[in-house]
Every structure is written in C-alpha cells, then in structure tokens.
Ligand binder design. Structure first.
Ligand SMILES: Nc1ncnc2c1ncn2[C@@H]1O[C@H](COP(=O)(O)OP(=O)(O)O)[C@@H](O)[C@H]1O
Ligand code: SF4
Ligand SMILES: [Mg+2]
Length: 329
C-alpha cells in the first residue's frame, strides 16, 4: 500500500538559491508526521510546496510529490485548488492574518459550506454552528455573528481548525498551530487535533519545539538549513536522538524538558542559506564536531532499522544517549 503523501528529494529554490535542499518524507493514512527545526529551516516551504501555495518567487526545481500515488506537481491550478480544502487542508501560526477581519466568523465558516457543498443559507449556518461546537467553541449560536477580533487567540485558532476540517480533508497540515498560544490553550488545541486524529485524520504538524509534537506525532523529520538531518519514529528518536542537532533541540524545548531541567538554547545561529558552511552545515554549532566534519558532508543514512541521521558520528551520539549535553560541558 502506498503512502497517502509521499515527498521525495524535494528542492525549493528562490532564483538560483535552493532553500529546501532535497527533503523526503511520507505520511501514512491515519498517521501524524512532525516536522521540527528552528525558524528558517524550511519547514513551511516544504509544506507549502505540497499544497501548491509557494510564494510567487519560489519554485520546486527537483523532486517528487505524490498524493495517493498521483503526481501533484503535474496538476494544473484548478485541480490543485480542488484538492486543497477537499482533501488537503492547512492551518497557520497566525489565525488573525488568515481570517477576513471584516466578515463575521460564522459567515466565513458558512461560506465554505455554501461554496463547496452548495448548501442554502439556513443549512450552511446550521452546519457552521455545528462545526464551531465540534471544535469546542462555547455558545456557538451566539458567537456566529462575532468578528475575528472579538475572539481570543485560542478561539481564533479553533475557528481556523473548524474551517480547515469543514470539508473533511484526509490530511491536515498544521504549521506551528500553537506557537502563538499560551501553554494551557496550546494543550487544548493539541487535544482537539489528537481527537480528530483518533477519528482517522492524517496530519503533518510543524513546530520549532520538539516537545510540543511529542504526544501527537508517530514519526518525526528534524530539519536544519533546508535538509532533513534526522528521521525516525517519535518512540525511537525522542529517548535517544542520533544527531547532535536533535539533542540540542531537545535540550532547548521547554515542553520536552517539562521543568525537570534547565532549558538550554543551542549556541549560535542557523546559517544563511546562501553561504552555507563547508562539510557538515551544523559543524560551527556542533559540540561533537571534529576535523572531518569541516571537510566532509555527511549523507542522511540509516543508522538503525527505520531511522536515519546525517551525522558522521551518529552511532556515538546514539549510544551516549540522554547523558549528552549539547553545550559540550
Ligand atoms: N518569501 C520569501 N522570500 C525569500 N526567501 C524566503 C521566503 N520565504 C522563505 N524564504 C527563505 O527560506 C527559508 C526557509 O523558510 P521557511 O520554510 O519559512 O522556514 P521555517 O518554516 O522552517 O521557519 C528562510 O530562512 C528564508 O531564507
Ligand atoms: S557530522 Fe560532525 S558536525 Fe555534523 S552533526 Fe555530526 S558530529 Fe556534528
Ligand atoms: Mg514556518
């Protein structure tokens, strides 16, 4: 059986500069994939490419995107637009920018049902209220006529989820869905997504915080400077990462640390994509780096059944386990 979504060797370029540099991932039916990495690592561009929503200056210059075996890159505008919403949906970090401020929330949800399902006004309104209730918006009947600015951040994100799920898509791409929310609301939104997941929804959940996605995803792709540096199941990767960058992300994640130990940010900054370091692109920040790392680029390779790492010393990192301190102390 083929995957629901299969992305292989994806390259997204702005002009001559490849920004996403050969990323592969797959989502099986009913499964959730987490894409994690610091800001600027290419997480959003990778998923926007899937939806055919790249910014106008960006282009897919290599690779393959298959949806239920069908070549998505070969589809025309009309066909991809039909797929979006019907089968593939996306929610964004900032729900305020994705909602129309001058239309009521209820109208914006009902409009989906009218346009895409051909419903009459009254029926679309009833459907919208039901959809709002389902995502946990209290007094949906009364809030139907409220404007986006009258909702809290958490409630707006629920509205976005209601809109994204209105047409019962098979795959939901959630790009930093909880980053703008406080911790309590974050947990509520994640619980809501997990409930839909248990009803069969497949998801890609994107976050810069490894801990946030730990209980929601089954598999994970860790991205750095436009590439996948570690992939595997959450059950394998979280307890024992096989790439120093993943170790660093783990130490830097407030939710993964769970208040048990101090949060340690990774030293330094991600490189500018236009002027990447030689050898392993992570070497200037890597506490494990040796001479070889400065000259030889590590390939993403299988280091244990079902898991890969792009580190020359992955086996060592793996066995040093949780004791490893990325700060090198
Ligand atoms: N509209 C744009 N114009 C030029 N460069 C862009 C644009 N969007 C993204 N990029 C480049 O692509 C990189 C990856 O972006 P993105 O996928 O949004 O990262 P992430 O979602 O991981 O934070 C950015 O660091 C930036 O260099
Ligand atoms: S290859 Fe070297 S620099 Fe790159 S992550 Fe591994 S140890 Fe660090
Ligand atoms: Mg992003």
């Amino acid at each position: 059986m083929s995957a629901l979504l299969d992305v292989s060797g994806l390259v997204v370029a702005f002009g001559d500069v490849p920004t996403v540099r050969g990323v592969s991932f797959a989502v099986e039916k009913g499964q959730t994939l987490a894409i994690v990495g610091e800001s600027g690592s290419g997480k959003s561009l990778s998923s926007l490419a899937v939806l055919g929503l790249l910014p106008p200056q960006a282009r897919v210059t290599a690779g393959d995107i298959r949806w239920e075996g069908q070549d998505l890159l070969a589809l025309g505008d009309t066909e991809i637009r039909r797929l979006r919403g019907e089968q593939l949906a996306m929610i964004f970090q900032d729900p305020l920018s994705a909602l129309n401020p001058s239309l009521t929330v209820g109208y914006q949800i009902a409009e989906m049902f009218r346009r895409r399902r051909g419903m009459r006004r009254r029926q679309a309104r009833a459907q919208a209220i039901e959809a709002m209730t389902e995502v946990g918006i209290p007094d949906a009947g009364q809030r139907f006529g409220a404007y986006p600015h009258e909702f809290s951040g958490g409630m707006r994100q629920r509205v976005m989820i209601a809109i994204a799920l209105a047409l019962e898509p098979k795959l939901l791409i959630a790009d930093e869905p909880t980053t703008a929310l406080d911790v309590t609301v974050q947990a509520q939104v994640l619980r809501l997504l997990r409930r839909r997941q248990s009803e069969g929804l497949s998801m890609i959940i994107i976050s810069h915080d490894l801990g946030v996605v730990a209980r929601t995803a089954q598999s994970v792709v860790v991205m750095y400077a436009g590439q996948a540096v570690e992939t595997g199941t959450v059950a394998d990767v979280y307890p024992a990462p096989a790439h120093p960058y993943t170790v660093g992300l783990m130490a830097a994640s407030p939710s993964a640390r769970d208040g048990r130990r101090e949060v340690l940010p990774i030293e330094g900054y991600p490189p500018d994509i236009a002027t990447l370091p030689s050898g392993c692109v992570f070497h200037p920040r890597c506490p494990f780096a040796r001479e070889r790392c400065r000259v030889e680029e590590p390939a993403l390779r299988e280091v244990a059944p079902g898991r890969s790492s792009a580190c020359h010393y992955a086996e060592e990192v793996l066995t040093s386990g949780a004791e490893l301190d990325h700060a090198g102390a």
